[in-house]
Design a protein around this ligand. Sequence first.
Ligand code: SAH
Length: 232
Amino acid sequence: MSAAHGPRQLAGIGMTSQRTRARMVERLREQGIRDERLLGAMGAVPRHIFVEEALASRAYEDTALPIGFGQTISQPYVVARMIEALGVTDTGARPLGKVLEVGTGCGYQAALLAQLAPDVYSVERLRALSDRARANLRGLRISNLRLVHGDGYAGLKEAAPFDSIIVAAAARAIPDALVEQLANGGRMVLPLHMPGAAREEQRLMLFERNGRTVLQTELDSVRFVPLTAGKG
Ligand code: SAH
C-alpha cells in the first residue's frame, strides 16, 4: 500500500484516526499477538473504510461487525490470530508465500494479507460483496491482490498450489479441494464445526502439509458465519 490516502481515509479523524488504530494494536499485543510485521500491518490498514459509514466509529473495537448480506467482518483479534497461525511457527517466522483467502467479505483481511504476502487471491461467493470489497480496496492501491467471484469450496485451481490458505467461514467438513491445493510445507487455517459437539461449537483448526501427511492442530474456539456451497 502506498502512502496515498483515499478520500474516506482523509476523513478519518477522531474515532477513525491513526491513534485509535494504535490503541487497537496495543490491545492485540495484550491479547497475545506477537508478530511485529502483522501488528504493523494492522496499524496501517484503515479498518473503518471496510465497514458501513454508520459503524465506522466502532471499527477499531474488538468486535465483529455486520457487512451486509447476513455476513460479518471478524473481530480484530480473530483476524490477527488466524494470520499469525499461518505466519509464525514454533521455530520462528514463516513466509506466507502465495495465499488463498476464502470469503473476501468486505476485503479487510485481504488487504492485511496483501501487506504481508507477495501474492494474494481472495474468493467470495456473493458477487455483491466481492464488488463491494473491490470498491473498498480501490483507494488503497494494492497491486498484489486478486479478487475472484467464485465458490471457495473448490479452491482456485488455476492459481494453486498455495503456501497459505485462510478460510473466513465455518465448514462442516474439511474441503478436499483446499487440502489438495495446499503446497508441500503449506499451512491452512479453517474454522470447523466440531462433530458431535453442541450445534454452535466451532474450532479454529491449523493444517500443515508435509508430503502426503497433513498434520492437524486445534486452536481457539471461534464463531464464524457458515461456509456455503455455490455462488450467489
Ligand atoms: N475475511 C472477511 C470476513 C468474511 S465473512 C473480511 O475481512 O471481511 C465470511 C465470508 O465468506 C462471507 O462474505 C461469505 O459470503 C463468504 N463465503 C461463505 N461461503 C463461501 C464459499 N463457499 N466461497 C467463498 N466465499 C464464501
